[in-house]
Design a protein around this ligand. Structure first.
Ligand code: XMP
Length: 516
């Protein structure tokens, strides 16, 4: 276990991911955690992350010297590097010489940390203060135009640090530096492999659930699929999955959930056909937020009913259903405060208020995993790639991609157009280049066209390919013209009601990814 101490910048999660990419398990802890608690977790190493402040700022988080005296190998990054220098008696100056973004560091002594790195290479910096003197016993390894001491190490006490951000993509050899610290200074071994992750998760689930029964709601998305598959691997037919089909998924997805879970995974699956119920509830509704509310409510109602039947059926066999699977991921856990209590709030929020007499304890097999790890676990468990590598898809589904009323006709039109767009992007090999590709039907808009010899009066379809890293911001995806042309020609030829295809070239902000 490597602990990443979060000093409040956005980099802690990235550092934790990079450590795991080096196949060493890592967790994030807040900088407010007392040193005794950190040590009680028996970390093999500690990494101090960057932070937004100056070490001299009022209330700037300090590091308790006792951490360094405890003999745990520690690596400081950016703020963590300066805080370490300061705590150990080095000299940190408020020079006012800030350095942001790309810069070149010059390696004077490779030492262990920078072994094999070229004398000059590009790194990403973001700092105001400057370390001008390393603590006693430390070797200075590198400098940059505005950081006299940009890297140091003390091999005997297994302490090291860099001023730059090795975790970001723009830093050359960043992963190497992290690995040198982890393997060569801290003596970590690369044991966090997919096989071990799955084994460990399976073991934990078994320990938690024992011989009890468990239910899982599948959405068609990656997280619930992988969570369900893991629990299935752990406790087999003690698991019952529920898939609520509200008629809002894309072409082929509902069938795929059934196929993959029953055939590929051997999961016991209850499919609830709630299409009529959802569409009745959505009749005449055009407001996006109202659509979301209705869908959430209908989902809970249907799931609750299905869960109740499963509970009763198990009860008749003398068993109790005590657990509910949730696909909570590690970033949710970290962002909601990290502790056990925080997770419950989040999960409760996710389930969206099951009634009190349906009391389930939660099983969250993904709560220690990042999204990319979830996908790799999915592959390891044998889920098909189409499912594992699926683009994010909103819970309310196609309902928020129809501007106007959600009814069968509009859903059919959108599903056909969407399937064509997806097919062509896949055929062009561009799936991994784009983050998400909503196809939006403007059901309330009509325009005049001409097809064959006749005048048409049809609907426009909007193509909304976007690139993004986290959906918080996004850019419009530059799809090649010939691909756009193929999609346009096929949609207007194959989907009778569509006579116009337009491309959305708005970034986020100001636009959102979805139209509703
Ligand atoms: P926006 O449209 O806000 O979307 O830029 C950001 C990301 O969130 C997804 N999204 C949703 N996901 N329920 C969900 O589960 C929703 O109501 C919802 N609305 C948007 C969207 O697909 C994108 O990935």
């Amino acid at each position: 276990l490597v602990l990443v101490v979060d000093f409040g910048a956005q980099y802690a999660q990235l550092i934790a991911r990079r450590v795991r990419e080096a196949r060493v398990y890592s967790e994030i802890v807040p900088h407010t955690m007392p040193v005794e608690q950190i040590l009680a977790k028996r970390p093999k190493a500690v990494i101090l992350s960057g932070g937004p402040q100056s070490v001299y700022a009022e209330g700037a988080p300090q590091i308790d010297r006792s951490l360094f005296e405890a003999g745990v190998p520690t690596f400081g990054i950016c703020y963590g590097f300066m805080a370490m220098a300061q705590a150990l008696g080095g000299n940190v100056a408020l020079t006012g010489n800030s350095e942001f973004g790309r810069t070149t560091v010059t390696v004077k002594d490779n030492g262990k940390l920078l072994a094999g790195l070229p004398t000059n290479h590009t790194v990403w910096m973001s700092h105001g203060d400057e370390v001008i003197g390393a603590p006693e016993g430390f070797d200075v390894l590198a400098s940059s135009p505005r950081a006299t001491v940009a890297a140091f190490e003390n091999v005997d006490s297994k302490l090291a640090g860099v001023q730059w951000h090795p975790e970001v993509l723009h830093t050359e050899h960043g992963q190497k530096v992290l690995e040198h610290f982890l393997y060569d200074l801290a003596g970590c071994r690369p044991t966090w492999t997919m096989v071990n992750i799955v084994d460990e998760a399976v073991h934990d689930i078994q320990a938690k659930i024992g011989g009890k029964r468990v239910v899982c709601a599948l959405s068609g998305g990656v997280d619930s699929a992988v969570a369900g598959a893991l629990v299935q691997r752990a406790v087999g037919n003690q698991l019952t999955c529920v898939f609520v089909d509200g008629g809002l998924l894309r072409k082929g997805e509902a069938e795929q959930v059934e196929r993959d879970f029953v055939a590929a995974m051997g999961v016991e699956l209850v499919v609830v056909d709630a299409v009529d119920q959802f569409l009745d509830a959505l009749k005449g509704v055009e407001d996006p937020e109202q659509k979301r509310k209705i869908i959430g409510r209908e989902f809970i109602r249907t799931f609750e009913q299905a869960a109740r039947e499963i509970v009763e059926k198990a009860g008749a066999d003398g068993e109790a259903v005590e657990f509910l699977v949730q696909g909570t991921l590690y970033p949710d856990v970290v962002e909601s405060g990290g502790g056990e209590g925080a997770a419950v709030i989040k999960s409760h929020h996710n389930v969206g208020g099951l009634p009190d007499d349906l009391q389930f304890a939660l099983v969250e097999p993904l709560r220690w995993l990042f999204k990319d790890e979830v996908r790799r676990v999915g592959e390891q468990l044998g889920l098909p790639p189409e499912m594992v590598w699926r683009h994010p898809f909103p819970g309310p589904g196609l309902a928020i991609r129809i501007v106007g009323e959600v009814n069968r006709d509009n859903l059919d039109i959108l599903r056909e157009a969407d399937a064509i767009a997806r097919e062509e992007v896949t055929a062009a090999g561009l799936d991994s280049e784009i983050w998400q590709f909503p196809v939006v039907l403007l059901a309330g808009v009509r325009s005049v066209g001409v097809q064959g010899d006749g005048r048409t009066y049809g609907h426009p379809i909007v193509l909304r390919p976007v690139t993004s890293e986290d959906a918080m911001t996004a850019d419009w995806g530059r799809l090649p013209y010939d691909l756009l042309e193929r999609i346009s020609t096929r949609i207007t030829n194959e989907v009778r009601q569509i006579n116009r295809v337009v491309v959305d070239v708005t970034s986020k902000p100001p636009g959102t990814i979805e139209w509703e």
